[in-house]
Design a protein around this ligand. Structure first.
Ligand SMILES: Nc1ncnc2c1ncn2[C@@H]1O[C@H](COP(=O)(O)OP(=O)(O)OP(=O)(O)O)[C@@H](O)[C@H]1O
Ligand SMILES: O=P(O)(O)OC[C@H]1O[C@H](OP(=O)(O)OP(=O)(O)O)[C@H](O)[C@@H]1O
Ligand SMILES: [Mg+2]
Length: 291
């Protein structure tokens, strides 16, 4: 019987961006309506959609071989996990998730010390309790089932919530007092699974492809032909991620250049290159970069 790798993907905020990333990496995950055991184009994967908060525990207990979930939730199980890679993607941006202490704009609370004896609501009770302990503050922490922003100031004095773009905080006229934790998703393995030669190799190859997909985001390839006399000036202009590849052309006095640039500089750079005499400039999309 062929071997299978049990992999958990996060159901919730990270679900769509995670499935998009896997697809870019070459692993197509086929979701069915409300189904939590998606199929994929890789018959060696056994996929489970599990809440991000629980993936760490099921890996630590050895029920799941590996998974992608937020550092914020998995770090509590660190000693039983192998952290294979930080994956810098988020729900809507490339910014990490932040767990922040938040109060209404006009609240008298200015620092963690002002929380002494106060009431705090959060989905991250343990994260909040650790933070208060670290700061030597005693406060009442209660679990929130969500829609946490609505609770200040009438139900509690402060909240600890997740923010990415900050739009929920602005929409509810709230103010950040402090950041407790920043978090990106990580690719974790259970220690048990990582000691299995086949599973380790499978995970390492998968991580390589997922990292390569992330590395390619926001970047494009650029190719052009150039009169050799402009070469030095063009090389100085190119914000190359690596040294550009330069090849001699059959026609005397001309070279071909190939390089990788950030896509956002292309619209400034390409007209500059044209002015320096470049011809046959081609910008092309990239889906993987393996450094
Ligand atoms: N707005 C967001 N942007 C980026 N990452 C987020 C965002 N909200 C949550 N995350 C990340 O997704 C994971 C799960 O977050 P969370 O515990 O808030 O559950 P959720 O999937 O958002 O579901 P719920 O609706 O219960 O809040 C965490 O690792 C968190 O860092
Ligand atoms: O800074 P932003 O980009 O606005 O993101 C932050 C929002 O995302 C999360 O909400 P979620 O969608 O998980 O709903 P929830 O309130 O039920 O947790 C979090 O609780 C904030 O409400
Ligand atoms: Mg949430």
């Amino acid at each position: 019987m062929s071997q299978k790798l049990k992999i958990a993907l996060p159901k919730g905020s990270l679900q769509n961006p995670t499935i998009q990333l896997l697809e870019q990496a070459g692993f197509n995950v086929y979701m069915s309506d409300r189904g939590l055991r998606p199929n994929s184009n890789d018959g060696e994967l056994d996929i489970y959609l599990i809440r991000a908060q629980e993936i760490g525990r099921y890996m630590a207990e050895g029920f799941i071989d590996c998974g992608i979930t937020g550092y914020d939730w998995a770090s509590a199980h660190e000693e039983n996990l192998v952290d294979l890679a930080e994956l810098p993607y988020s729900r809507a941006t490339v910014r990490p998730t932040k767990w922040v202490l938040v109060v209404p704009e006009d609240s008298p609370i200015q620092s963690v010390q002002d929380l002494e004896g106060k009431r705090i609501a959060t989905e991250g009770v343990e994260i909040t309790q650790n933070y208060l302990k670290h700061n030597g503050v005693n406060a009442h922490v209660e679990y929130s089932w969500g829609a946490t922003e609505v609770k200040v100031p009438d139900l509690v004095d402060a909240i600890v919530d997740v923010t990415e773009t900050g739009s929920s905080i602005r929409a509810n006229n709230l103010r950040i007092v402090d950041t407790l934790l920043t978090s990106f998703p990580h690719f974790y393995s259970s220690k048990q699974a990582y000691s299995d030669e086949w599973k380790k190799a499978k995970m390492d190859r998968m991580v390589l492809m997922v990292k390569a997909a992330l590395e390619a985001r926001g970047k494009v390839g650029l190719k052009m032909n150039l009169p050799e006399k402009s070469l030095q000036e063009v090389i100085e202009k190119l914000p190359s991620l690596r040294r550009p590849t330069i090849a001699r052309l059959a026609e005397d006095g001309w070279v071909a250049i190939e390089t990788i640039i950030e896509d956002k500089v292309a619209r400034h750079l390409i007209p500059d290159l044209k002015e320096l005499g470049a011809e046959g400039i081609i910008e092309y999309p990239l889906t993987k970069i393996v450094p």
